[in-house]
Design a protein around this ligand. Structure first.
Ligand SMILES: [Fe+2]
Length: 136
């Protein structure tokens, strides 16, 4: 399973788009590692990447939506907060127990699949709102 960046996913914000391209690249890398049964040694690398992504990208996005008066801001931020919590729990699990099959499965399903769904569905709603606003 491999994901491809398309312009359909572009937000119009260069920094954000670069981060999204990188996210897709990292997902592909991790999914390949899972199928080759090498995921265990890639977990630290994934957490390092995700730490930056979760703090960086969500922050940039939320600032932009707040200043753009996005009407669904509260609902959208609640989704980010849900993810932040789930990610923090997973990171704690990793600190406590190290790499386990459950952790690898959770990284796959609760992190990467969640993020992929989020950027392709939820984020696309604010992208179209902002683009509409800018074109007026
Ligand atoms: Fe978002």
């Amino acid at each position: 399973m491999s994901f491809v960046w398309t312009e359909f996913l572009a937000t119009g914000n260069e920094k954000m788009d670069a981060q999204r391209r990188k996210l897709i690249e990292e997902m592909n890398y991790f999914f390949t590692a899972i199928t080759e049964e090498k995921a265990e040694k890639e977990v630290e690398r994934m957490f390092t990447f995700l730490d930056g992504f979760v703090t960086g990208m969500f922050f940039v996005e939320e600032s932009m939506l707040r200043s753009g008066n996005y009407p669904e801001f509260a609902r959208h931020k609640a989704q980010h907060d849900f993810f932040r919590k789930s990610y923090a729990n997973m990171r704690n699990e990793y600190e406590l127990r190290g790499v386990t099959d459950t952790l690898i499965s959770d990284l796959h399903k609760k992190i990467f699949v969640w993020l992929l769904n989020h950027i392709t569905k939820e984020d696309m709603q604010w992208v179209s709102f902002i683009k509409n606003k800018e074109s007026k």
